[in-house]
Ligand binder design. Structure first.
Ligand SMILES: [Zn+2]
Length: 389
């Protein structure tokens, strides 16, 4: 019958009164983070423990309805690669995962913790010059990373390289993107400054993160590339640090002095403008801190409405349709909508996520979680039966 799937030999789940929706997609995952407070928390944990931690976080994500995670950055080159491989082999539960490189930065940039008098490792890989960049990106591709992360701009966490600064040169960005794309991999740009956004776009980066200090030219350039790029505002980190992290030393005064309120104001302004320009926003980003644990990533859906003016339905589409398009940007498969022919990542929710986005934060209300047609969890109480042909 046209418009209806054959029901012969199907297992039917009666979800009457519940909501069926696509699986959630985290657009800027850090699967190697677990309740961290400082960058050192990522450096001091040995690789063996860090591998197990990463697998634990994978389970947390799928338990909370995230059937896909696009990683922003890992803490060591192989951590997410191994997690992805274990998940894909069916040996460990977790979402489909695009594994990232560590943050690739330049001397003095975000993630370079070294000092002349005090040699220090960090969560980042420090590299200077186009040739060295090419080699490093190739090594990361060889080791199995799907996404290459470049710290193009500075950051409020990096004294000497604030968010408005752009330590990575155009030549370094170009070299990284060329090497990554030659391997069919994608490139994520940490880009808070206007110049970082422009360098990332000129170089051909696929995903732009943060983007708070975009100027008109940067906004125009992003709009011109909107069919090619994805953007994650990652508003949660500064929202939670400013409002909810007092117990961790980030009182409102401390957060203010680090420029959080200023960044949040610019985030609101920039991403509201990008919403109107039709940019493909994806939710998530920088969860995994002590004040913003994994499993609460769906809070971003509410933040997208509160900060950027999305309707609840549009915000949900950022979490599903846009995220699915991001996951499959280098694939012939399609994901993120309940449409025949797309990969079957689905949730059955006890409640209405449009009128109450908060229901997605309660894992007990996610009655069914399916990834790629495989039931991961099914607590629907309805009778299941094999339908007659
Ligand atoms: Zn991040």
């Amino acid at each position: 019958m046209p418009g209806q799937l054959s029901r012969s030999d199907c297992e039917v789940i009666d979800a009457q009164g519940k909501t069926l929706m696509p699986g959630l997609v985290e657009g800027h995952m850090h699967m190697t983070f677990e309740g961290i407070r400082t960058g050192e928390d990522l450096t001091l944990v040995p690789p063996e423990e860090h591998t197990l931690l990463t697998l634990r976080m994978a389970k947390v994500m799928i338990d909370h309805g995230f059937t896909s995670c696009y990683s922003g950055a890992s803490s060591k080159i192989r951590l997410e690669v191994v997690a992805r491989n274990e998940i894909n082999a069916g040996r460990y539960p977790g979402p489909r995962l695009r594994a990232a490189t560590p943050e690739i930065t330049v001397s003095g940039g975000l993630g370079d913790e070294d000092l002349l008098h005090y040699k220090r490792e960090s969560f980042a890989l420090v590299v200077d010059g186009a040739d060295a960049m090419t080699k490093l990106v190739r090594i990361c591709c060889r080791e199995g990373c799907d996404n290459v992360k470049l710290n193009v701009s500075g950051d409020p966490f990096k004294p000497g390289a604030p968010a408005e600064s752009t330590p990575m040169t155009q030549r370094e960005v170009d070299a990284a993107v060329e090497a990554a794309h030659s391997f069919g991999r994608m490139v994520n740009a940490h880009a808070r400054s206007a110049e970082a956004i422009k360098r990332a776009l000129r170089g051909g980066a696929d995903v732009l993160y943060h983007c708070e200090y975009a100027d008109e030219e940067a906004l125009d350039m992003m709009e011109a590339a909107k069919d090619r790029i994805f953007v994650a505002p990652t508003v949660s980190l500064f929202h939670t640090m400013l409002n909810e992290a007092g117990d961790y030393g980030f009182t409102r005064e401390v957060s203010q002095s680090m420029g959080m309120a200023h960044l949040l104001e610019w985030s609101q302004k920039t991403h509201s403008a990008l919403r109107k320009r039709g940019i493909r926003h994806v939710i998530g980003g920088d969860y995994g801190f002590a004040w913003s644990h994994h499993g609460t990533n769906a809070r971003d859906i509410g933040f997208f409405s509160d900060y950027f003016g999305y309707t609840p339905s549009e915000a949900l589409q950022c979490a599903t349709r846009n995220g699915g398009a991001l996951m499959m940007a280098r694939s012939d498969d399609k994901l993120g909508e309940l449409v025949e022919g797309q990969l079957a990542d689905m949730l059955v929710v006890d409640g209405d996520p449009v009128s109450q986005p908060g229901v997605l934060l309660d894992r007990n209300r996610l009655l069914l979680i399916m990834k790629d047609g495989q039931v991961y969890k099914n607590e629907t109480s309805a009778v299941r039966y094999r339908a007659a042909a």
